[in-house]
Design a protein around this ligand. Structure first.
Ligand SMILES: [Zn+2]
Ligand SMILES: [Zn+2]
Length: 277
């Protein structure tokens, strides 16, 4: 595997997990083998994803825990319900073309029970070209698997110290929403489910800006209902991608942000179907 490709994979993993990634590439044989872990835990003290070829043009990823991962497994078992739901949604975002073996568990109720817990993802008919196959396997399986682990372990979301929230009503709500919107695992899930087209105006930064276009942001839709009648957070349905302009505009009203419909009306646009259809 080319070192440029390795760096690309590492970057995707670090963006998606919000954690530093360690990686080993085994160059022997005709197809790449790969081990991936969180740098601060190393291979023995945390989860490890191991990729190996299966069959003629397939790959298999086995996610398991290192020999001394007991502390991390205990930490994972104490993860909040919200973290667990996000981890489940990330595993659920693995495309159905990849066979997912959760050791008999269902993805909607999946949990890490012990250090023996394994997640196995197998793809048997990947693109012929070996580099393309490897990239697809990393993007579609390893990134969401490791992001699920990062969420359960609770890698901190680094908060920018801008915009002091003050003490007004809704300040706690705003910081909850902001934390969710800045969480790299929520961003990853949102993009995997909805793509990178602004759900408000239809703008696609990646198409417009090319290499500089990775700027789509994540908006949490349920801020208003959180304020009045809290209900369980569902990352799969509560998050939408917004371009930076629309996102700024939505949050100019506080504590309850503008709805996407209201912003579309201000922009002189029709309903969502015209934008996204
Ligand atoms: Zn927009
Ligand atoms: Zn927002």
């Amino acid at each position: 595997m080319l070192s440029a490709q390795q760096e690309l994979i590492r970057k995707e993993l670090e963006n998606g997990t919000g954690a530093a990634i360690g990686m080993r590439v085994d160059p022997t044989g005709t197809r790449t083998r790969l081990s991936i872990w969180f740098s601060d835990l190393d291979e023995r003290h945390g989860p490890v994803a191991e990729l190996r070829p299966v069959g003629l043009k397939g790959y298999q990823v086995t996610l398991g825990f290192g020999t001394f991962a007991g502390d991390v497994v205990r930490q994972i078992r104490a993860a909040s319900d919200e973290d667990v739901r996000l981890a489940q949604a990330l595993l659920g975002s693995i495309p159905s073309s990849i066979e997912l073996d959760l050791g008999g568990q269902d993805v909607t109720s999946w949990r890490v029970e012990t250090g023996q817990t394994k997640v196995i993802a197998t793809a048997r008919r990947l693109p012929q070209e070996p580099e393309a196959a490897l990239t697809a396997m990393c993007k579609d399986a390893i990134v969401p698997m490791m992001a699920a682990m990062a969420e359960l372990i609770g890698y901190d979301v680094i908060e920018a110290e801008d915009e002091a929230e003050g003490e007004f009503e809704g300040a706690i709500l705003l910081s909850t929403v902001r934390r969710r919107e800045r969480n790299p695992r929520n961003r990853l899930l949102c993009i995997r489910l909805h793509g990178e087209k602004c759900a408000c105006c239809g703008f696609e930064p990646r198409q417009a800006y090319g290499a500089a276009g990775g700027i789509i942001e994540v908006h949490h839709l349920e801020a208003l209902s959180l304020l009045s009648a809290p209900r369980p957070y569902n990352p799969a349905t509560d998050l939408v991608p917004l371009c930076p302009n629309c996102h700024r505009a939505v949050h100019t009203r506080r504590p309850a942000p503008y709805s996407l419909e209201e912003i579309r009306r201000l922009l002189g646009l029709g309903d969502a179907r015209e934008v996204n259809g």
